[in-house]
Each structure stands twice: as C-alpha cells, then as structure tokens.
Design a protein around this ligand. Structure first.
Ligand code: 28G
Length: 649
C-alpha cells in the first residue's frame, strides 16, 4: 500500500471541552474508579491505534508519585504542523477538540483506517494538567494544557504553554503525562493491579504489542507481549483446567473494513467461557458478532459430523449449545461505526457483523475441520457435543415427566416425600435424607409444620458410572424437582421456591459423600440460583456420643473428641455413629434437625463446582483418573476442606 501523507487538516472535529467537565458521565460513564482509569485508556488507545497502523511496537505506562500517569509510544509522533482552517497544530487539535456527539466514548471512530481515537481531549478536559511531548522529524516538541479556575469557573484543558520545539532527538513517538483532576474524581489513585490487568488484556488482543507498566509509587513493574495474541489468551484462560485439545485452534480473516479473529479450545468442564470484543472493547453482553460466530460453529461442526458419518441418517443435528459445553473462546472483530445496545451498552448491535463474521469464519473453520492433521481434535469436539446432547435430552425427558406428574397430582407430592403442613415458605425446610431408616427417624422426629423429609432410598445413586442424565431420570431427583416447585434449567424460577432451606443429610462416609456430590452437581447444573442465593445446606450429624449416667454430649468432629472426653470425666462411654440410621427420632431431632441446636454448612457455588468436578471424574470413563481423584479428594471426614469452615445457620 502506498504511504499516505497525513496532515493536521485530516482531523475531523468540533465542540469545546467545558461540556465534558459539565457532564463527565456522558463521556466516561462514571467519575468512580472506572472513569478515573478510563482517562488513561483513552490515551493508551491512541498509542494502540498508531501501533496497529504499523508504526511502533511498544507502549510504556508509568504511574508517577504525584498521582499523574505517563504514556509513551514509539509511533510516528502526533503531527505538529498547522491545521489549515483551525489554525492550530495537529497535537493541539487532538487535545482540545471534542468530536461532536462523542457520547460514551469514541468507539464509533476507530478502525477507520488509521483515524485515531478522539478521546484524548476528554482526558485533557478532566485533568488538572496534561503535558504532551512529540518526537518527530528529528525534533522534540512540547505543549502543555491545564484547567485553571477563572472568575470562579474552571476552564477545561486550555493551552498553558503553546507548542514549541524543545530539542533534537533521534527517536519518534509521543509521550503524554496527565494528572486526573481531583475536583472531578476526588482523591483517587491509579491502581497497578487494575492497570496491569487491562494492559494484559490489550496485549492479548493486539498480537505483538509490547506493554510495560512501571509503578513508581509502589515500586513495581510488569511487561506483556504475546506473539500468539488471542490464542495465548485462550491458553491463559484454561490454565489449570483439563483441556481436551492441546493447542487452541486459531483462525482469522478479513473482508473490506472488517476483521475477525477467533481462538478456542475445549476443557472437560460443562460450562461455556466466551469473551468477545469489538475494536478492543469488551462486549460483555455479546451481540451480533457472537451470534455469527456461534452459528458458524454450529453449521461447520454439524456439517462435518454428518459428512464424516459421526451423525447417522437417523440422528438429529446437534444444537449450538451442544458445541459450547466446555468451550473456551475469544472472538475479536474490528469494524467501523459500531453500535452498542443492551442494559450496559456492551452488546454489539450492528446487523452486518453477524453476516460478515459468518462469511469469514465458516470457510476458515471448514478448512480447519477438513484438515487431516486436525482429525483427533475434531473427534474430541464431536464426542463432547454427543455427551452434551445426551444430557440435554435426558433433562428434557425428566422435565416432561415432572410436568406430567405435577399436573396429574398437584397436591400430594410424588414419591415418598413427607411434605410439611404449613405453607409458610420462608420458614419451611426440606431435608434430603440418605437411607430409608434415617428417613423414617427424620419423619418421626421432625417439626412437621415446617420440615419436609425426602428419604433417598437405600443407595439409589450408587452406581459409580452413572451419568448426570441418568441421575435426572432418577425418581428421587424428580421428586426434589417437583417438591421445590421452581422448575429447572431455563425454566427455573426462584420466586416459586417452596422450601427456603434445602438440607442434605448424608452419612459421613464414601457413599454419603457420593450422594452429596451428586445432589450438589444436580443443583449446580440445573438450579444454580438455589445455591448462589444461599438455599442449599449440608446438615452435620454427630460422629460420637460421649455419655455416662446423667451426662450426654454429642461430638461433631474427631478434633473435638478429646475435650469432650475430658469434660465427661471418669467412667464415660463412647458411641460412634456409623450412620444416620443408628439414631432414633429424638436423637436425630436433637442433634441434627432442631434449628436451635443443629449445625448446618451453607453450600457455596465453589463447593458445588468442586462437587461437579468430582462427580464428572467419578462418573467419567477414565478409571485411573477416577481412582486417583477419589483417593486425593474424597476424604469426606470432618477435617476435609469442605467441612473446615462450616458455620451455624
Ligand atoms: C503516548 C500517548 C498517546 C499517537 C499518532 C500519530 C499520528 C496521529 C497520533 O495523527 C491525526 C487524524 C486522522 C490522520 C498520523 C502521525 C499520521 C502521520 C500520525 C498517542 C491523522 C493524528 N503521522 N500517535 N495521531 N490523524 N500516539 N499516544 O497519542 O487522520 S496519536
């Protein structure tokens, strides 16, 4: 491409900076931490644009002791010649003119073939002072802006020292230092953590870009540089997880003024982890570009599954979601005139993004799946989708069955649930109890107004190789679903919850741990909010009874046993409870169910995620992995991590 000549006249502009100070929120969203750091990213954006145009490769960000920040790049340097109509230098125009309608940043004007972001003037407007040095054509230039108070009114970002030549130099580039105005932001400081995190993201998103951060306040520094770009990003995201594909799959393509990059891999988890961006801006709510990518994946993988015979004539196509179980993907597009939608304006709305992404990704992905070298990777993807589809179908069957049962008999709940008599949801609890005999004791010992009991018969879930789909088909699980009245999956409605606490009571042994893990996995996958909203608990039955005549103490962990013994004094006896079933109704009530005395562990989403991982290993096909996992993690005694930080609820 022939080198274009740019001059200050190329800068399109207009509108004064006082408007920015009047309503900062219009330009930077908030004047909180985010907006404060946004000042920095507006400047860094210009460096990135310059480097993306092919000029320079490194950005240095310095956090200074006086609270200011410095950004330097080794691009061409902002033009310093006079703008023909504005009669100002290019650099002054960049720092003092606001593009009309620059609401919520500048996003609309990037990626238009080297047009730099128009946000630098916003940063200047909201700074006490802003100092710009340009290294260009063998000379060093400086211009300084400030925001003084004149007649009780702040003048935003006006020239303090006009542009002048201050020396000679060999290098080229731009260096900007600015001090965020405490009259706008209060006494905030740049956070090395925050700056580093965003800088790393930018380094991932802009392959080859070097970013160095120097913190002169807390004496810290980092450097980011990723030759693999978003492929390295994906590797970073799956660090510490079990990947099913060694190296991430990467593809890229470009049509006129539209560029796409995709990198992805699969892990053994069941959740999707996707990140998308447009012009380096995160699209947290997704949008048309994501839709295009997803439909490209679905089409290409389904076509391949069909043509390779993985799907037989009688088989249905996979759904898109089947291909996203365990998927970690990063998508970035670069385009013009981006439109944001959604609750937080982080959803790409441009309809053409969908078709353009499809038009680029479909043929590139076809090339990849048809490449013999990738055969084993594609096999992994298809098998993962097959597993996902199986679970999806089983879940649907279970749901249909539950619906059918619910409508058939609305009041007497199915199975062996002993419902509570009060309809007070706030106070109501459902105990899921391991074993018929403990279930029987619990039914007799309970406060029947508020406590419901669902016994899990014998070992209904004992088979190690049961998959979650089989679990869903299990009658007790279906009873849980209908008893809670919330529905599952997409239909889940927390507002309909019949029992405010769901309490799992299982034995303190391997089988008990297994049942508990399966139940948590079920809640994790199909009723996640039940956990995140704090409704799921583990009941802690005692392990020992230390007693003698006229003395009884229940002991809930091995740790506490010695003290209990010494409290009891001479002549004590110990009963060790091997299971809940050994307790009579009164004992079970007193030790485990009475809200005044019992100990419950509230299940966190992390606990449930861990349980899910355990169950998938437990039920997976890799027998060695299963054995290793069980011996490593399944010591469900009271000293394990799960029981460590229990609290009374
Ligand atoms: C260090 C902190 C922030 C920048 C440049 C380089 C040019 C430029 C910046 O031009 C004017 C408007 C639209 C093209 C462009 C230099 C062409 C030739 C530049 C930065 C001209 C702005 N020579 N480097 N702006 N554009 N670095 N770093 O701000 O038409 S801003």
């Amino acid at each position: 491409m022939a080198e274009k000549r740019y001059d200050s006249k190329d800068i399109v502009v207009l509108e004064g900076l006082d408007a920015v100070r009047l309503r900062p929120g219009m330009y930077i969203g908030t004047t909180g931490v985010k907006g404060f750091h946004h000042l920095l990213w507006e400047i860094v954006d210009n460096s990135i644009d310059e480097i993306a145009c092919g000029y320079g490769d490194i950005i240095t960000i310095t956090l200074n002791k006086d609270g200011s920040a410095t950004v330097e790049d080794n691009g061409r340097g902002i033009p310093v010649d006079m703008h023909p109509t504005l009669h100002k230098s290019g650099v002054e125009v960049v720092y003092t003119k606001l593009h009309a309608g620059g609401k919520f940043s500048t996003a609309n004007y990037k990626y238009s073939g080297g047009l730099h972001g128009v946000g630098a003037s916003v940063t200047n407007a909201l700074s006490r002072w802003c100092d710009v040095t340009v290294y260009r054509g063998g000379k060093e230039y400086n211009i300084r802006f400030h925001s003084p108070e004149v007649n009780g009114k702040v003048k935003s970002g006006i020239v303090e020292t006009p542009l002048r030549e201050v020396g000679t130099c060999k290098k080229t580039g731009t260096k900007v230092t600015f001090l965020p105005d405490d009259r706008v932001f209060g006494d905030q400081k740049f956070s090395f953590e925050t700056v580093s995190r965003k800088a790393r993201e930018l380094a991932f998103l802009n392959k080859g870009l070097k970013i160095k951060i120097i913190d002169n306040v807390d004496k810290n520094q980092v450097f980011y540089h990723y030759e693999g770009g978003i492929a390295d990003f994906v590797s970073y995201l799956v660090e510490g997880k079990n990947t099913l594909i060694k190296e991430p799959i990467y593809l890229t393509g470009e049509s006129e003024n539209f560029a796409v990059e995709v990198a992805f891999t699969y892990t053994d988890s069941y959740t999707e982890n996707s990140f998308s961006y447009v012009n380096n801006i995160p699209t947290t709510e997704g949008g048309t570009h994501e839709t295009g990518m997803k439909s490209a994946f679905t089409k290409v993988f389904n076509d391949y599954a069909r043509s390779s015979g993985f799907l037989k004539d009688k088989d249905q196509n996979f759904l898109g979601e089947d291909f996203r179980e365990g998927l970690t993907v990063v998508l970035t597009v670069k385009m013009n005139n981006i439109q944001f939608e959604g609750q937080t304006k982080t959803k790409l709305g441009n309809p053409e993004a969908r078709t353009k992404v499809e038009a680029i990704v479909i043929p590139k992905l076809q090339e990849i799946v048809n490449d013999k070298k990738n055969a084993s990777k594609i096999e992994v993807i298809l098998n993962k989708a097959k597993g996902a589809a199986k679970v999806r179908e089983a879940a649907k069957r279970a749901k249909d069955l539950t619906r059918a049962k619910n409508s058939a008999d609305n009041f007497n709940l199915v199975g062996k649930l002993a419902a509570s008599t009060s309809r007070n949801r706030e106070k109501s609890e459902m105990f899921i109890v391991e074993g018929d005999s403990a279930g029987g004791s619990a039914k007799q010992g309970r406060d029947r107004a508020f406590q419901a009991i669902l016994p899990l018969r014998g070992k209904p879930l004992n088979a190690e190789k049961k998959r979650i789909d089989q679990v869903l088909a299990n009658e007790e699980i279906r009873t849980i679903i209908s008893a809670l009245e919330t529905g599952i999956g997409e239909d889940f409605k927390l507002d309909n919850l019949r029992y405010n606490k769901v309490i799992i009571l299982s034995d303190a042994d391997q089988d008990g741990a297994h049942i508990r893990a399966i139940l948590l996995t079920f809640f994790f996958r199909y009723m996640k909010e039940l956990i995140t909203d704090g409704h799921v608990f583990i009941g802690l039955p005692p392990l020992y009874k230390v007693y003698k005549k006229d003395y009884v103490e229940y002991v809930y962990s091995d740790n506490e046993l010695p003290q209990a013994i010494s409290r009891a004094g001479r002549g004590y006896l110990i009963q060790r409870y091997k299971g809940l079933g050994e307790m009579n109704p009164e004992q079970l009530w007193e030790t485990t169910m009475d809200p005044e005395k019992r100990t419950l562990v509230q299940v966190t989403i992390e606990d449930a995620a861990e349980a899910e991982k355990m169950v998938s290993t437990w039920m997976g096909d890799d027998i060695d992995a299963r054995k290793e996992y069980i011996s490593k993690h399944a010591n469900f005694d009271r000293e394990d991590s799960f029981m460590q930080n229990y609290k009374n609820v």
